[in-house]
Design a binder for this molecule. Structure first.
Ligand code: NAD
Length: 97
């Protein structure tokens, strides 16, 4: 879509972005318990914010605070769907293989 501004220049206006198809996926609809490692860091804490927006999700963060900080998650500490664990090593045990 092209528009002409007061100084005679042509500007194109983009339509607003459509919501991600993920928003309508099973992942967003489901009742999930999600483990975020490094969740007290820059990317992790933003991911936690997004995940916590979904009221069906329960989010568990494991972080050793090596570079991250509890401050990045302070708005979620004490929330019933949120748990923060200070730990540096994780061993994932898988069964049924
Ligand atoms: N304001 C800003 O623009 C800003 C702020 C911070 C970082 N950054 C940049 O963003 C980029 C990505 O940041 P990021 O989120 O990947 O890094 P990050 O360091 O912020 O996050 C990594 C997280 O993993 C944790 N961690 C590391 N090893 C661990 C272990 N063995 N066990 C448990 N937890 C562990 C750290 O404590 C930290 O919380 C970096 O390049 C950084 O420079 C930008």
């Amino acid at each position: 879509m092209a528009k002409e501004s007061s100084n005679g220049e042509q500007h194109t206006t983009r339509p607003p972005p459509t919501p991600s198809p993920l928003r309508f996926s099973k992942f967003f609809q489901a009742n999930l318990r999600i483990l975020v490692t490094g969740g007290a860091g820059f990317i992790g804490s933003h991911l936690v914010d997004k995940l916590m927006e979904n009221e069906k999700h329960e989010v568990i963060v494991v972080d050793n605070y090596f570079t991250g900080s509890k401050d990045n998650l302070k708005k979620w500490i004490g929330h019933p769907r949120f748990e923060l664990i200070r730990h540096g090593k994780l061993v994932i045990l898988e069964s049924g293989l």
